[in-house]
Design a protein. Sequence first.
Length: 334
Amino acid sequence: MAKIYFDQDGDLSVLKGKVVSVLGYGNQGTAQAHNLRDSGVKVIVGNVRDSSYEHAVADGFDCFEVSEAVKRADYHLLLVPDEIMPRMFELDVLPNLKNGQAIVLASGYNITYGFLKYPEYIDVLMIAPRMIGTGVRKGYLEGSGFPSLVGVHQNYTGEAQKVLLAISKAIGTLKGGAVESNCDEETLCDLFNEHFGYVYALRRAYEILVESGASPEAAMLEFWASGEEMELARVHMTYGLFHQLKLHSQTSQYGQEVTSRLTPEEEENERKRLRRLIANIKDGTFAKDWALEQQAGFPVWNRVHMENMSHPMIAEEERLLRLLGVLERDTEEN
Ligand code: NDP
């Protein structure tokens, strides 16, 4: 069993007199900066001078260029996109890091694949929330926290675990339970979840239902547009995956437990597919493909995205979500 840390395991006094820089004021950076400040930690923000920078200033943070923020702080939360992190680290962070300081990553990706060239004279920590930024802030404000995978990757000072748990407590994750982990495990679990194929499975179900005579509206409401998924996610979490079945009708329970099982041959094929995904993550194939895709200007992603956006479901979905008054896209993009 993995060790799980809670509030009593973290000591905020470890951060007394220290300055924490939050580098990147996006999804995670915004939430974590607010949580740290509300926990009484001295926080500054580092970002490129753009709208996120202005946002941080408007939120009352002392905000600097990244290199200046690193100069002024002791512990540094790297909360920029994983793709740009190695270059930003090399140019703006590394030259300003001092002996015995710590960097904190919210994802194991750049460590696992060796993209981040960190020196031996610092601590390297991981606090990887299992939660989007808005949930990180909401969990803090509501007092329930949020879960994370945490670990010490490099312990130069011999004090890295104490710093890890103090920062974890200050951002609120110890209230939700922080699971002892490491960068490779975090990368494996995170990428595997993303590659698993949820959105295509849901769209496939929609296509088959519509081809079988269901209206697009009925098909979408059945699988995602009703919001029932949110309630299901809640009972999965609170009762457990199979125990929650008792909340469904007997017909539903029979269908879910018995009828939906794959045949032995289908099961074997599905496991082969999943093991192929794991192999591509573990041997670096995915990371290499993704790096090449970025260098080439995203040709494959752009093509697939265009194909997905021109699927007939997209227009049907927009019409339904507008009619139901639940579409959030416009406000998010504006
Ligand atoms: P975002 O894309 O939301 O935020 C990135 C931030 O970095 C923005 O403020 C952006 O500014 C800034 N930025 C972009 N380019 C630069 C640059 N060259 N120099 C300085 N700042 C820059 O990132 P996330 O919060 O999604 O991800 C941060 C980390 O958290 C990643 O490691 C990710 O894997 C991890 N993570 C993310 C989760 C999530 O819910 N999104 C969940 C768990 C972990 P601007 O937008 O103004 O360009």
